[in-house]
Design a protein around this ligand. Structure first.
Ligand SMILES: Cc1ncc(COP(=O)(O)O)c(C=O)c1O
Length: 403
């Protein structure tokens, strides 16, 4: 394991991943079933995969591909893939039924609607997961309660309430809000639909993680159709790590020993995976405090247990970044070079682009560039996991040009 510290605030742990651990719940048959379910949903369409050819040329890379999740179900973020799939699986279990090929469409059957209308899903969220829970609950015909950490954006709260949830901002940080939601579920008989796992709470977060794989299925299909081959490098941003572990676990299963190099990216004050990798005893280690960062979706101090085991064994690097990195990415994606298409990418969506740019252009990061073998033959896949979910903050960052 190698640690790379820089004076510019970007730190990394590079490791040689184990190759023989492939999480079964993310194998080919599971991810195919998940994407079949999503295809059954009204309004489903694959999100665009944007090719940034001029940017790749400027940075000395073969290709840069950006999966643009601002178009997902009109919700401006990828999270509905996880919430909808987990709710469906929960209802299948509770009602002892199989949705089968009809998938989501079965929720319009009156006898099913009657049996689920009193279910209340509760969750804690920085915004995107909560909006997804509210949206999926109302589509399926259930209720939802969404709790947000202190300091959450009013715009994000309003977006969640607009989807039909009972929503509130609490006085706690993210991790304490999760504990509060779990307690409310216990006391009120609600169902906790949380996207992070801990000992004794793994079933629902595992379904959420499976739900995210549709985005990777789509990206690989789109690359295939465009003759772009397979990715050599993938950057995934992590909050609690469910998203990153879905991508890393899926790609490891699909490509085995020939899988891409996978880089996990976090904000510096909430870099719990980076910290866990740095400690290096194989166990997850949280970080505490206000977790202050502009990357609101990534402001999580405690790794999901399920995610940690996957990333610990299969990721190639863990990188901790200051907010300036995601600001760089946001502006590069908003105002691309040459004939490249723009991508509206919020603070948690753009950090991979910013980091890739810095790795390829900053002398201080040469060692990391070499350790990751990023060069003109590389095909780099990035996930812009959200659009401008906080439009005021997005515009403010855009206005601070001059990179
Ligand atoms: C836009 C965005 N990207 C990435 C993530 C990270 O996902 P996870 O918490 O599963 O690591 C989140 C989580 O809320 C998010 O909102």
């Amino acid at each position: 394991m190698g640690q790379i510290h820089t004076l510019i605030g970007i730190d990394a742990v590079v490791q040689t991943p184990m190759s023989e651990h492939y999480p079964e719940f993310l194998d080919e048959s599971r991810v195919d079933a998940v994407s079949g379910f999503h295809r059954s949903m009204e309004g489903y369409a694959p999100t665009p995969l944007v090719f940034l050819d001029a940017m790749a040329q400027k940075l000395g890379l073969g290709k840069i591909l950006v999966k643009d999740e601002s178009h997902r179900f009109g919700l401006n973020a990828f999270k509905a893939l996880g919430a909808s799939y987990a709710m469906a699986r929960f209802i299948e279990d509770r009602l002892e039924l199989t949705l089968g090929k009809s998938g989501f469409r079965r929720f319009s059957e009156p006898q099913i609607r009657r049996q689920i209308e009193d279910i209340t899903f509760v969750t804690a969220t920085d915004g995107n997961h909560g909006r997804a829970v509210a949206w999926a609950a109302s589509k399926i015909g259930c209720r939802s309660v969404v709790l947000m950490p202190k300091g959450s954006s009013r715009a994000r709260l309003a977006a969640i309430a607009d989807e039909g949830a009972q929503a509130a901002i609490t006085a706690f940080n993210y991790d304490d809000t999760v504990r509060h939601a779990a307690e409310m579920a216990r006391v009120r008989g609600w169902v906790l639909l949380q996207d992070t796992a801990w000992p004794g709470y793994t079933r629902i977060p595992t379904w959420i993680t499976q739900g995210y794989t549709t985005l990777v299925t789509e990206a690989l299909d789109q690359m295939d159709k465009a003759g772009a081959g397979r990715p050599t490098h993938v950057f995934v941003q992590a909050g609690v790590g469910s998203f990153a572990s879905a991508v890393v676990g899926f790609l490891a299963n699909r490509f085995k020993g020939r899988r891409p190099k996978m880089v996990v990216v976090e904000p510096e004050r909430a870099a719990c995976f980076f910290r866990s990798a740095t400690v290096g005893d194989g166990r997850p280690h949280g970080v505490t405090g206000d977790l202050d960062t502009i990357m609101a979706g990534l402001a999580c101090g405690e790794p999901s247990m399920v995610a940690w085991e996957i990333l610990r064994d299969l990721a190639d690097a863990f990188v901790s970044c200051p907010g300036a990195v995601s600001e760089t990415g946001l502006r590069l994606l908003a105002e691309p070079l040459g004939r490249d298409s723009p991508v509206v990418s919020g603070e948690s969506g753009s950090v991979g682009m910013g980091l890739l740019h810095d790795i390829m252009t900053r002398r201080e990061l040469e060692t990391l560039r070499a350790a990751l073998a990023l060069d003109e033959g590389s095909v780099v896949l990035l996930f812009s996991t959200e659009g401008d979910t906080d439009p005021e903050s997005y515009q403010r960052i855009l206005a601070r040009r001059g990179i």
